[in-house]
Design a binder for this molecule. Sequence first.
Ligand code: F0G
Length: 463
Amino acid sequence: MAKRIVKRSWAENFKIKVVEPIKMTTREYREKVAKETGYNTFLLKSEDVYIDLLTDSGTNAMSDNQWAGMMIGDEAYAGSRNFYHLWDNVKKYYGIPYFVPTHQGRAAEHLVSKILIKPGDFVPGNMYFTTTRLHQELAGATFVDVIIDEAHDPANLHPFKGNIDLGKLDKLVKEVGAKKIPYISFAAPVNMAGGQPVSMANIKEVEKFCQKHGIKMWLDATRAVENAYFIKMREKGYAQKTIAQILKEMCSHFEGIWVSAKKDLMVNIGGILATRNKRVFEEARNLVVVYEGLHTYGGLAGRDMEAMARGIEEMVDFDTIKARIGQVEYFGKRLMEYKVPIVQPIGGHAIFLDAKKFLPHLKQIEFPAQTLANEIYIDSGVRGMERGIVSAGRNPKTGEHNMPKLELVRLTFPRRVYTQAHIDVATESVVAVFDERKKIKGLKMVYEPKYLRFFQARFDKLK
Ligand code: F0G
């Protein structure tokens, strides 16, 4: 009997107009370049990569509408019309009145940290992000992780693993006093936890607590559209709301947000600092001219701001975000067919391989995730990124390695860039490495830069 269709497929809501050729390489060649670049995937040349799943940051394909916008860039030093278009859309979609552009997310983090933090302060947050925490530390604060315990367990199926644990927050307030906590650094979703979302209920609970203690709420809204999608799919009462409504509701609970526009907005560069606090706005607008550029371009070209303004309009489209998260989900499900250990539930922007389970014979100090990212690159030219002990850096006070519970390799999807066939190739590569996992040896670190070491550290293979 002929095969019957049991479930109808869906496909992306776009077709491809421009293509970029990619180079195929041999295993021998990749072995050579991996060694030459100190077994750090950040140090590889992009042309030596076949399928680039290093990050979804700035690696997205812009739409024809965004490219058309690039042609009407108003490159005036002051008062570019694209700045005003972008500001209008920040107000309209994030629902926040005051806006300062920055060249990318960490520049906004720098300004926010400088303005809000005094030396000796404590900043609680749900897990941490590398650049976010570093800017908080450089401004003199100690970062304290107050995410729920479930987030540190790759196999736990909690639907909102990004949530903040009010008990942990309360303990911190009792220990150091609310006066020493300038704001709570809320990320939605949580990149380092595996792209895990935060529920609206949790945002509201934390807000109530913060109001009681006079603590401000700031949101890292870098992938907030993905968080809004998960709220729509998983949280009671949100199924009928649009992504735009949920995004605005999320942001309504915060004094301000910072955004790396290189993600949700589907552009190659850009950042946003937006706030309801006029005083913070005035200070940010003043500081941006010191570090970035005039407050009407913040280190960006007019054309970049136009692409961002148009990206904001596209990012809240349900089919666009569904196609994006659908790709990640397809990849995760395929890996699970082969029992490859991944962080669950599957997050929004990436699949995170659980390197501790994948390579249980390696100690954490032998850099299992760094090792695994390299093995996958050598197998197929698929590039991922370490998100474990190397990314976690050292404790600034003791100088010891931070030993995160999660030791992960992130395989991240640029938006609108790769096809299902690319995902199948990547799946087969991870499975091929999984089949040979017992033979894999770890690494030792031979060069360690002071800040954000994962970007430039170098390694050697252990014998
Ligand atoms: N916040 C989050 C949650 C991020 O993921 C990033 C960047 C930033 C802030 C900083 O923004 O790169 O524009 O300066 N994440 C990239 C990544 C680098 O690969 O996850 P940026």
